[in-house]
Design a protein. Sequence first.
Length: 304
Amino acid sequence: MSRVNANLLLTLVALIWGSAFVAQSRGMAHLGPMLFTGVRFLIGALVVTPLMWLEWRSLQQRGKALQRLDGLKIAGLGALLALGAAMQQIGIVSTSITHAGFLTALYVPLVPVLGWLLWRQLPHWSVWPGALACLAGAYLLSGAQHVSIGAGDLWIIASTLPWALHVLLIGRVAHRMAAPFLVAGGQFVVCGLSTLAWGLTWEPASWVGLQAASWSLAYAGVLSVGVAFTAQVVAQRYAQASDAAIVLSAETLFAAGFGYLLMGDRLDAAGLAGCALILASMVGVQLLPLLRPKRATMAVHQQG
């Protein structure tokens, strides 16, 4: 898969995630945040199960079956996923969808910073202004300048650290194992079982509530988890983590769009400016790295 195709796939992921904020918000009118998270990730695992089985058989036939250490890496990704999803879901209970979308985007500048701290890897210079422009765009788009920070917002801010670590690590793990579906489904199982156990222990559960939230669970489980999170694993085998974070931040833009279509939200001038900044950061991080090779080629021709 080319870098361009990987980023297009990540844009589709951002679109699905942006629309899922509505389903997540509505579903928690009937279920606690941990129960909702656990059930939707287990639904996502079921969606990916046939692909996991085919990939497992293929690896065994080629003598490349996963080892115990590989399982531990997948479990670690699942733990990060559980932390990020759980804290985000708790936060959504007491904050608006657009505000949640902006605060979730705080993980974007964290990704290149953590990449430098952990592995001393410096991304292309365009990532730094792109990440800041993306964050500023999400801020304007969400209208957060008019909203005070509450308990729900703090939960979502805390979720940005496991989200950033997950985005940073998922591509590395999937690429080295060459088993994107097993990585995706395995992390879904770990995340789903851990948050479901938490929910069953501390939250009220009822069959009536599960039925009432069934459509929200189906959307968030099948599309947001089964399709989008799996596509993220596949795409990030071929995309830089810092680039991927900027592209995925478009979920803020899509969340606002679906809020406009489904929940009556409206964009003012600041919101439109925020959309423009996010789009500019997405385009810039794709096009600016391509200028250096062209300039180098021109310099070689001029010297010749």
